[in-house]
Design a binder for this molecule. Structure first.
Ligand SMILES: CC(=O)N[C@@H](C)C(=O)N[C@@H](C)C(=O)N[C@@H](C)C(=O)O
Length: 600
């Protein structure tokens, strides 16, 4: 019979992201943001089960999608070439070209926040007039009148929730990724949702279940986020529900049934629950994916989720009493999940006895080229989780094993663990990475002759730092928009990050010595291995100057550095052509530097 060859790496180049979705109020239409056509656009499916069609053409990523409850328009946010200066556009219900609605100078940001029940008042948060702390405004879409609702102070202060009568507003001031204060502004005054704002904690997900009752999640006096309640009549805070060793990261309310859908995070996996407010029962719902990125509950009680697993790319699923139904059929070109690699979850002991969890993707024996890619994740207050990455499956297809440690500072292991990277970017987390590498050698999984180092963003920073301080471990290094110099980085981040830099990273004056010790650029002499640097020219988080300076300095000393700059990308690669260019360049670079005897 006809025989087909095993999948090639090019097939993995052809997998697509779905970065966002929304379902219309009567559930007859699904909108999602995807790069199916090569660039990010808004696609639609008439439900149930109809062929996807282009709904709105902008060739840009969309950070939110919202249907007018009356069906007169759709709202969407777009930036330009990854600059993250999102602005708000309106699209006709028939679809078409998005029209600017709440927009301003190209460097300003306008974030969608809330739409009134009648679809007439749009609440949004903007950098205009308050770039670091952000203002909340409301635009009457009928009259065009635009009013200030709240002026942010102390830290970026977005609007989190609005009561149905539009008389109470919950805001949240971010002082660090691990410290945010939620408060409610009412006709009677302003009240914090938690008892003591001086205690470091986070609050989020505020939801009005009635005009006088707010549910939200917080880790106030706890390691993990739990469900809490604030009563506006009595001004009291109550813990409602905690789930042992799991952190509630998202909650969506089903008003009809008076129940919450909760997404919890535990290490590398998410879990989905239904919590009944009336009788206090909690039920686990087995989800079809390991990582859940968005949940929407329709008026009917149907639940829609967007998620992915290590071997399942982004897809949208619907859940009701009949169980789960997959709505989108996003898959890797001609490759089944069984032909991909699911990671093992392993642990190792670090320098101080702390146990660190990691993902180990072992190349299949028939592909194995003997080499390992060591991947410190970005963030750093994020984690490598069981989610599909085209880049990982490309590398695995070419025979590379991949190791991803969730070093101290990673999320999913409690708030104390996350805080360990604050004002310590380069010591504890670096040693966790060093111990991971030693563990790989002890286990016989890798050796310095067969180890590559690849990382993006904070992961790129860690790749540069490990390269400079421990070059003996690696064959070659790939830095994707990594921070190279803490002194320049601290001043170049977006304005609304500036209020949190001190707690996150430190003060360049007071912490001069540490900044110098933890800046990769201090260790240029050690960077003796071949290096590939990849950077988006429009990156607003780790600006191009971070990559330029390390490339220029190394080249001036005659080191081997390849430099790939994508002119129309930011902190990531959203355009298919650019993504393929990045993967091909990276694969060629790694192949060139494989140990000759090991090449397949
Ligand atoms: C609330 C907020 O915006 N925090 C930021 C400071 C933040 O933590 N951003 C990270 C997600 C981020 O973009 N970090 C870069 C350096 C990365 O590693 O990707």
């Amino acid at each position: 019979m006809i025989k087909f060859p095993k999948p090639t790496v090019e097939q993995f180049f052809r997998s697509y992201v779905i970065s966002n979705f929304t379902v219309s109020p009567n559930e007859d239409r699904l909108l999602f943001s995807s790069n199916i056509s090569g660039t990010m656009n808004i696609w639609a499916m008439n439900l149930p089960d109809q062929y996807p069609y282009l709904f709105a053409h902008q060739d840009e990523s969309s950070n939110f999608l919202k249907f007018d409850p009356e069906g007169r328009y759709v709202l969407a946010g777009f930036d330009r070439d990854g600059d993250e200066n999102y602005q708000i556009y309106a699209v006709s219900p028939e679809g078409g070209l998005p029209q600017p609605l709440v927009t301003g100078e190209s460097e300003e940001k306008y974030f969608y926040s809330h739409l009134s029940e009648d679809g007439e008042r749009l609440y949004y948060v903007t950098s205009k007039d308050n770039p670091s702390f952000l203002n909340t405004r409301v635009r009457n879409l009928e009259t065009g009148k635009d009013d200030l609702v709240h002026e942010g102070e102390l830290g970026p202060t977005p609007l989190s929730a609005v009561s149905e009568d539009e008389k109470s507003f919950v805001f949240s001031t971010t002082l660090a990724n691990t410290y945010s204060i939620a408060f409610v502004k009412t006709e009677d005054g302003v009240f914090d949702l938690t008892p003591d704002r001086e205690k470091v904690h986070v609050s989020g997900g505020a939801t009005f279940v009635a005009d006088n009752t707010i549910y939200f999640v917080t880790n106030y006096e706890s390691e993990f986020n739990y469900l809490a309640k604030f009563d506006l009549t009595t001004k009291t805070f109550d813990k409602v529900l905690e789930i042992e060793n799991e952190s509630i990261e998202d909650l969506k309310y089903d008003k009809e049934q008076e129940q919450f859908y909760l997404v919890t995070e535990k290490g590398v996996t998410d879990y989905l629950y239904r919590y009944d407010v009336k009788n206090g029962t909690l039920e686990n719902i087995d989800a079809p994916v390991d990582v859940i990125e968005k949940v929407q509950v329709a008026k009917s009680g149907n639940v829609y989720i967007l998620g992915r697993s290590a071997v399942i790319p982004h897809n949208i699923f619907k859940y009701n009493e009949s169980g789960w139904k997959q709505i989108t059929a996003n898959r890797v070109l001609g490759v089944s999940p069984e032909e991909m690699v699911d990671p093992e979850v392993v642990t190792y002991e670090s320098f101080d006895g702390m146990e660190i969890e990691a993902l180990l993707f072992r190349a299949k024996p028939e592909n194995d080229n003997g080499h390992t890619v060591f991947w410190p994740h970005g963030g750093p207050q994020a984690a490598e989780r069981k989610f599909y990455r085209a880049m990982f499956q490309c590398l695995l297809n070419r025979g590379y094993t991949i190791f991803c440690p969730n070093f101290r500072g990673s999320t999913g292991y409690g708030s104390s663990f996350v805080k360990l990277v604050e004002q310590d970017w380069g010591e504890g987390p670096r040693l966790d990475n060093v111990y991971a590498i030693e563990w790989l050698f002890e286990q016989g999984i890798s050796s310095p002759e067969r180890l590559f180092l690849v990382g993006g963003s904070y992961g790129g920073y860690m790749a540069l730092l490990l390269h400079g301080r421990h070059p003996e471990y690696f064959k070659a290094v790939v830095d994707i928009f990594g921070v190279s110099n803490l002194f320049t980085f601290v001043n170049s981040v977006p304005d609304h990050w500036k209020p949190i830099m001190k707690r996150w990273l430190g003060d360049p004056e007071k912490d001069r010595e540490r900044f110098e010790k933890d800046s990769p650029i201090t260790y240029l002499d050690g960077m003796e291995k071949p290096m590939l640097v990849i950077q988006g020219a429009k990156d607003p988080r780790v600006v191009k100057e971070e990559s330029d300076q390390i490339v220029d300095k190394l080249r001036s000393e005659g080191r081997e550095v390849e430099y790939l700059v994508l002119d129309d990308e930011g902190h990531g690669f959203s355009k298919k052509e650019n993504e393929i260019n990045v993967y091909q360049t990276m694969l060629q670079f790694l192949e060139k530097h494989q140990t000759v005897s090991q090449k397949v």
